[in-house]
Design a protein around this ligand. Structure first.
Ligand code: NAP
Length: 493
């Protein structure tokens, strides 16, 4: 493992101070009603690189006011016009991809190559939803009784509160903003406290692309509970779209129930990755590296448990350990980095605790497994074998570069283990027998299955989970409908 901690140089091409002018409300940079600031740190160096305002309840309600003031105009804007503005957002993000990637890398710590991938993915939500904006089609049919016609129109749902996590600071926001705007809604976004700079940089970009003032508002706060509760209690707000942990999602669902607000939830995961004896070894290793190490394991879709059948087990373990050992661990902004730091010291402590727990229950460490000393929130790529079913990491999200591998014998056994979790977001299956792959895909309780590949996310596909991994879908043709209400008119001609 090559561990180096690179410091940000004065001449880096990102002026991160320019991304923290204030809250973004009604198309303007606005000071918060108090003087409090939220420091933003670079996880590679632990140095504070910027500060953003700490919005109060009053500021949040001002953002809802701005979204309300812009609502009618945006709703009445022709779908073609909305589509063209969204397309322009895609183009501007693509033109500025390198700067945005550097900014994501700075505040989140992820390797530049992952940040570049995120910008392309995030921008694609604008291109995809620019295409969706002009294709929100209704229905018109004869009632079965023959007495009347049934007309169904998909109307914008109303003002949306969007809450996003730190692990994909651009993509989790655009995956909500683009379909909301395509549907004709106005929004207030509250990004994660650790990674607000990307959200603000993008807010300025949307304005430049022609998004009218007030259609997208962005506020940062250290009091997410009271601020969100106040917005959800406002009768003008009709939609909550949340991406984050299952624990916070449960609380927000309870909060949204008070005013019966439509809620979409993209929550935690505990993805199994299953390798059958007949899998192509290279494909399985390649897939496992992507499924485990994209974003250094800080992904809701990250392979959290690797189940490998006996006949291929030894070869798989040896090859994966070799690849994990060879990864370059360094500051995300280092172009050579393949594994950046974790988001916070707390995240590293959690990984460390989970590894120690697994080892105390009999797991063996083949590489990594030890929290390093020094500056930055780093954790080394780690492979564990013989991880027992009662290890805490078999039930909790590791959210880091740790691959726990367990041997299995039969299909029934591995399906039962894969489903032994409250989560159901993603799963990975490797086999050359496609019929078996599809059968196992049907048996696994997850919203998304990757068959012989390590990546499921695609703006053109419905992303989301079952069980306690969430409610609703983002992307595909489903994503935009989450921001609409069907209006039914019974028509007698
Ligand atoms: P988190 O702690 O749940 O935070 C997510 C967002 O919710 C942040 O903006 C956070 O603000 C806010 N928040 C926290 N407490 C809140 C409250 N009481 N009321 C309103 N908002 C509140 O999750 P995270 O640690 O940022 O993200 C990691 C989690 O997200 C993992 O569980 C991961 O699996 C999940 N995730 C899921 C998906 C998916 O698509 N299913 C995608 C990415 C991530 P603060 O930053 O101020 O705390």
């Amino acid at each position: 493992m090559n561990m180096m901690h690179q410091h940000i140089e004065e001449d880096d091409d990102v002026d991160f101070h320019s991304f923290s002018h204030g809250l973004f409300i009604g198309g303007k940079w606005v000071e918060a009603s108090n003087a409090r600031q939220i420091p933003v740190a670079d996880p590679s160096t632990e140095a504070v690189i910027a500060a953003v305002p700490d919005a109060s309840v009053e500021d949040a309600l001002a953002a809802v006011d701005a979204a309300a003031a812009a609502a009618e105009g945006w709703r009445q804007t022709a779908p073609r016009k909305r589509s063209e503005i969204l397309r322009r957002c895609f183009e501007l993000m693509t033109e500025r991809a390198e700067t945005l990637a550097m900014l994501i890398s700075l505040e989140n710590g992820k390797a530049l190559r992952d940040a570049r991938g995120e910008v392309a993915y995030a921008a694609e939500f604008f291109r995809w939803n620019a295409e969706e904006a002009v294709r929100i089609v209704g229905d018109y049919s004869m009632a079965p009784a023959g007495a009347n016609r049934i007309l169904v129109d998909y109307e914008p749902i109303g003002i949306c509160v969007l809450i996003t996590p730190w692990n994909f600071p651009a993509a989790m926001a655009t995956r909500k903003i683009a379909p909301a705007l395509a549907a004709g809604c106005t929004v207030v976004l509250k990004p994660a406290t650790e990674t607000p700079l990307t959200a603000y940089a993008l807010a300025a970009l949307y304005k430049e692309a022609g998004v009218p003032d007030g259609v997208v508002n962005v506020i940062t706060t250290k009091s997410p509970g009271p601020v969100t509760s106040a917005m959800l209690a406002d009768p003008r707000v009709r939609k909550l779209s949340f991406t984050g942990s299952t624990g916070v999602g449960r609380n927000l669902l309870a909060e949204a129930s008070k005013t019966v607000i439509s809620s979409s939830m993209e929550l935690g995961g505990n993805a199994p990755l299953i390798v059958f004896d007949d899998a192509d070894l290279d494909t399985a290793i390649e897939g496992a590296m992507v499924a485990k190490m994209r974003n250094a394991g800080e992904a809701c879709t990250a392979a959290n448990r690797l189940y490998v059948q006996s006949g291929i087990y030894d070869r798989f373990v040896a090859a994966l350990t070799e690849r994990m050992k060879g990864l370059v661990v360094s500051a995300g902004t280092d172009p050579a980095s393949e594994c950046g730091p974790m988001i916070t010291a707390k995240a590293v402590d959690k990984i460390d605790r989970l590894v120690e727990d697994a080892v105390s229950r009999g797991a063996k460490v083949l590489c990594g497994g030890k929290k390093p000393d020094g500056v930055g929130f780093f954790y080394p790529p780690t492979v564990l074998v013989d991880v027992p079913a009662d290890a805490e990491m078999a039930h909790e999200e590791i959210f880091g570069p740790v691959a726990p591998i367990t041997r299995f014998e039969t299909e029934d056994e591995v399906v039962a283990r894969a489903n032994d979790t409250e989560y159901g977001l993603a799963a990975y299956v490797f086999t050359k027998d496609i019929a078996r792959g599809l059968k196992v895909s049907r048996r696994i309780e997850a919203g998304m299955i990757a068959l012989n590949r390590g990546l499921v996310s695609d703006p053109a596909a419905p992303f989301g989970g079952v069980k306690q991994s969430g409610l609703g879908r983002e992307g595909g043709s489903h994503g935009v409908l989450e921001f609409t209400e069907p209006k039914y008119v019974a028509v007698t001609l």
